[in-house]
Design a protein. Structure first.
Lengths: 501, 326
């Protein structure tokens, strides 16, 4: 990186609010020609939002974006692309059934009269690949390429836009070690040609290898910018987690030492995201699952619950080895799963609280062949009272409830079922602060009553406040287990970002 | 308290108004239509449509479809007719065979869709072709007519209570069909099968993760649909002069159209069998009624199409409003 380079892109005082969330709080970010600048932060720190503001997907509330010395504001990604700012997304935006060349020039095909000029697109693609020093057949079908190769195509597409700034959004998440090396070669090449690269990643070791500067964000705010060579991994972690803890963390486990093990998972494997995961859950325990996005926590829960197929692994419930091949099996053994995506997986929004509450237990509320609606309403009302769900009546459609109350309906569904093991996946996502506390209290009460809880959470404060014990995962593997007494944000973050190489 | 739905926002109510309006218009412009015998003959030809529609309501609520009911209906009727003619089986047995065949084809549809995961359109298009193929292989066979021995089953769908067909008599078939509608409306709202059928259309993932045996209920929805196609086969044989091989394609569309007019959501998850009854009668009134006011057959199709668009637009607007409330 040459020191004399001016910043090509400067974002100053960027502010953005969504209803109820201050997503970006006067954030500063700049990137120079010929540098790779890392953008780091925990889940929800605001990295993606910032990039979306940059490329016109969101409009900023206030602040200033200067690009090549001129103040700009894009209204959509097309404008940003035309100006030379391109994002290579984590999820690849490719049409699998089209060829490589067709994908690269999609939306701006070369024409020969009324006909698409495939020959020219192939020639141009070859030129791009030569420039990147990679070998891909432009005539190959996109879906036949490996994820790594597909990513190269995305990069080629970015360059074909005459990009001056390329944003890589967690590019290495799905790549093998070898593919990552190739990617880095390309990134260095682009940098040496004078392009400005923004690199978003969670992988600490990569940051040290590939980037020149690091900017850290936290809770929508700007924390600081460091020269990569002058700082240590610990410096960066401290900046990422150094938030004031406004809730009292649990200081010691509330589980008696002799509490029996109710669930034991041994060597669970399910695809790439769950590799050899083992853990135990004891009666009355809240077991926190921490890790960064894509660490494989939800995948572990879904495999355990039978929602996704597993390749191998043993599950014991109350000491008995059990076979769980479907959610039906899991429910039979008293396991309930509360999905992170409530509206999609948890509730039937257009139906009433009653219908949702008995969804997992309808066979218990039958009078012969018919549903006993009076009994159904009675049990629903019981849990509305017990969980203090705020609703005008038991008939109310779930869609009309707030997020916190919807979550209570899902909890009621499993309590009606009398499940002893509850898996809460991001229990307070999309729930406002007041309702959060209620959910926390409820979870604590359930644990006291002898229910055992697995809590997957991306919020560090939530993990430290609720868990008796913490399992940390990183890239599909369990990387650590901490008792709450010894757990700190730093220790967890260290395990969650552990070098895999 | 959740807002009580005003009666005007209930699609079934709108459909009822449409039916009344159509009948009034027909009666004003056609003296012929005012005769009770005309209404009776119109009703005679509505029963198989209604029965098919009751059945197909269930797949449609799961946000699926069953295209095989029309050709299936004709196929079962032909097989049963051939068995009566060439093997002298009792008519009751032939009727049971109709129902059984319907269930078997429904079960096959359900298995392909609910267990194998085929798209409903594709799976039932295949069984539609197969049943049409089978029926064209069967020698044309008229069912016994009312005059022949064993023709008594005609009276189920064609006769009125009491003798003759005078204005004071109620058609038996209509009563029967209404009873079926009421039973299935009850099944939809008061049994596990009904509730899970709706839930499959509304949010299949959520009930799967609730530990419900979704595959079973998914298969059931198509089996019930097949069962009613079998019942429709009996009603069809009872009213048409001859059941002709290789026909039946397209008949399912009247039933499916009727279900949508009756208020089943185009994306599944909502519907009622009473609505289906009303919706089918709109289609039937358009199909058999327009000629009374001088509009030719081609017009019936066009008008039916336009009415259906109207019904689906109401559904789309309703869902948009709901999305906004979220």
């Amino acid at each position: 990186m040459s020191e004399t380079n001016e910043a090509i892109l400067v974002m100053e005082d960027i502010d953005k609010s969504f209803p109820g969330v201050h997503a970006l709080d006067h954030v500063h970010f700049d990137v120079r020609c010929g540098e790779v600048h890392a953008l780091m932060g925990e889940n929800g720190a605001g990295k993606s939002t910032l990039m979306k503001v940059l490329t016109g997907i969101y409009s900023k509330d206030s602040g200033k974006i200067t690009f090549e010395g001129r103040e700009i504001e894009f209204h959509n990604t097309r404008e940003a692309q035309d100006a030379g700012i391109v994002i290579v997304h984590q999820e690849l935006n490719m049409v699998g059934d089209l060829t490589v060349a067709q994908n690269i020039f999609i939306g701006r095909e070369f024409m020969k009269g009324f006909r698409i000029d495939d020959k020219k697109m192939i020639e141009e693609s070859n030129k791009l690949f030569d420039e990147l020093k990679i070998q891909i057949d432009p005539k190959a079908k996109m879906s036949d390429l490996t994820v790594g190769k597909q990513q190269m195509c995305e990069i080629a597409k970015a360059i074909s836009h005459q990009a001056k700034v390329i944003v890589f959004d967690e590019p290495s998440a799905a790549l093998t070690e070898k593919e990552i090396e190739d990617l880095f070669t390309i990134i260095r090449d682009l940098r040496d040609k004078g392009m400005a690269i923004v690199y978003i990643s969670h992988r600490m070791d990569e940051i040290k290898v590939i980037t020149d500067r690091v900017t850290v964000m936290r809770d929508g705010g700007y924390v600081g910018t460091l020269i990569t060579n002058d700082c240590t991994k610990e410096d960066i972690i401290n900046m990422m987690v150094g938030r004031v803890i406004y809730e009292d963390p649990k200081t010691e486990s509330h589980v008696p030492a002799d509490a029996p093990v109710v669930l034991k998972v041994e060597h669970l494997n399910a695809g790439r995201m769950v590799q050899d995961v083992s853990f135990e859950l004891r009666k009355g325990e809240i077991l926190g699952f921490s890790g960064l996005m894509g660490a494989g926590r939800t995948e572990t829960a879904r495999a355990l619950f039978g929602a996704d197929p597993k390749t191998s692994g043993d599950i014991y419930v109350n000491g008995q080895k059990v076979t769980i091949n479907s959610p039906q099996d899991a429910v039979k053994y008293g396991i309930g799963y509360l999905s992170e995506d409530r509206k999609r997986y948890g509730i039937v929004v257009q139906k009433s609280i009653i219908e949702n509450s008995t969804l997992a237990t309808l066979e218990k509320y039958m009078k012969g062949a018919f549903i006993d609606k009076a009994e159904e309403e009675k049990i629903t009302q019981k849990y509305i009272d017990e969980l203090s769900t705020k609703t005008p009546s038991a008939d109310t459609l779930v869609v009309n409830l707030s997020g916190g109350n919807q979550q209570k309906v899902v909890i009621a569904k499993w309590l009606v079922r009398n499940c002893d093991i509850l898996i809460f996946d991001e229990p307070t996502r999309g729930i406002d602060v007041g309702a959060k506390n209620e959910i926390y209290k409820l979870m604590n009460r359930l644990a006291e009553e002898g229910k055992s809880i697995i809590m997957i959470s991306s919020e560090m404060t939530e993990i430290l406040r609720m868990s008796d014990r913490i399992v940390v995962m990183c890239e599909g593997k369990k990387t650590g287990e901490l008792d709450i007494a010894e757990a700190t944000q730093e220790k967890i973050m260290d395990k969650a970002t552990r070098d895999i190489a | 308290m959740a807002k009580k739905k005003s009666i005007l926002s209930d699609q079934r109510f709108i459909v009822l108004l449409v039916i009344i309006a159509l009948v009034v218009i027909y009666m004003i412009f056609s003296p012929e239509f005012r005769k009770y015998s005309s209404i009776l003959s119109m009703l005679d030809f509505s029963y198989y449509d209604v029965l098919m529609a009751i059945g197909v309501t269930f797949p449609l609520i799961t946000s699926g479809v069953d295209l095989s009911i029309g050709t299936g209906m004709v196929c079962y009727a032909l097989i049963a007719g051939r068995l009566i003619r060439d093997f002298n089986i009792p008519v009751v047995l032939a009727m049971l065979i109709c129902i059984l065949l319907g269930c078997i084809v429904g079960l096959a549809n359900g298995s392909l869709i609910g267990i194998m995961g085929l798209p409903p359109f594709l799976a039932t298009l295949c069984t539609c072709m197969i049943t049409r193929g089978v029926s064209s292989m069967i020698m044309a066979t008229p069912w016994p007519t009312n005059k022949q021995p064993g023709g008594w089953f005609h009276s189920i769908f064609k006769l009125t209570f009491g003798s003759g067909r005078s204005a004071t008599k109620i058609p038996i078939g209509f009563v029967l069909v209404v009873i079926f509608v009421l039973i299935m409306e009850f099944v939809l709202n008061h049994t596990r099968f009904g509730r899970y059928t709706i839930a499959i259309g509304s949010n299949k993932e959520a009930i799967t993760l609730s530990g419900v045996n979704v595959k079973f209920y998914h298969v059931m929805a198509y089996t019930v649909c097949g069962l009613f196609a079998g019942l429709a086969a009996i009603a069809y044989a009872a009213v048409v002069p001859t059941v002709q091989p290789g026909t039946g394609a397209g008949l399912e569309l009247d039933a499916i159209g009727g279900v949508f007019v009756g208020g089943v959501s185009a994306t599944g998850g909502y519907g009622s069998v009473l609505g289906t009854l009303a919706g089918v009668f709109v289609i039937v009134l358009l199909k058999t009624g327009l000629p009374y006011v001088g509009l030719q057959a081609n017009w019936q199709q066009i008008v039916t199409g336009i009415v259906l668009i109207g019904a689906v637009i109401i559904d789309v607007i309703k869902r948009r409003r709901l999305a906004k409330e979220q």
